[in-house]
Ligand binder design. Structure first.
Ligand code: SF4
Length: 171
């Protein structure tokens, strides 16, 4: 017991050091995000995740953001259960026909100012599901998108770099 206590006091934290904001994301945000609106939010963002039809690969990486290694909340970023409490919609997957209306309603239920982050290749343009009878297309085909985080799926560090860029872009 004494040894465990001593080790817990002397061991370095497990948590990954914070990554620098993604440069490409900063550039994309500079073009699309209203600076005045961003300034209202300070350095904290509430995120509502929306699965618009993904294979669940992107969700696994998003879930990893909440573990002790990536520890999303230390950056002032946290997930919320309702779009009415959200500043950011984090949308994964191609948008399926069955999820189109749900995505539109979620977007409309999110108060302004709000941002949409499309996560993964499928969210950009439908990815491997493009052309399917069940798919509308990418997220931008249904709601306005402010930032794309590429990858199939993007690693948690890539997600963090994109989200930190949202907090870091000049006010
Ligand atoms: S980008 Fe890759 S991991 Fe994410 S939903 Fe599409 S196929 Fe799945």
């Amino acid at each position: 017991m004494r040894r465990t206590l001593f080790e817990s006091l002397t061991r370095r934290p497990l948590t990954e050091p914070p990554p620098a904001p993604d440069e490409a994301a900063l550039q994309e945000l500079a073009q699309s995000v209203n600076r005045a609106a961003r300034a209202k939010l300070g350095r904290s963002l509430s995120i509502r995740a929306v699965d618009a039809g993904s294979c669940n690969g992107c969700e696994l990486e998003i879930h990893a953001l909440s573990n002790a290694f990536y520890d999303l909340e230390r950056f002032g970023l946290h997930f919320v259960a309702s779009p009415r409490h959200a500043d950011v919609l984090l949308v994964t997957g191609p948008v399926t026909k069955n999820m189109r209306e749900a995505l539109e309603r979620t977007y409309n239920a999110t108060p302004d100012p709000k941002w949409v982050v499309a996560v993964g290749r499928c969210a950009a343009d439908g990815g491997v599901f493009s052309g399917s009878y069940a798919v509308v297309g990418g997220v931008k085909d249904v709601i306005p998108v402010d930032l794309h985080i590429p990858g199939c799926p993007p690693a948690p560090t890539d997600l963090l770099k994109g989200l930190i860029a949202l907090l870091s872009s000049p006010h």
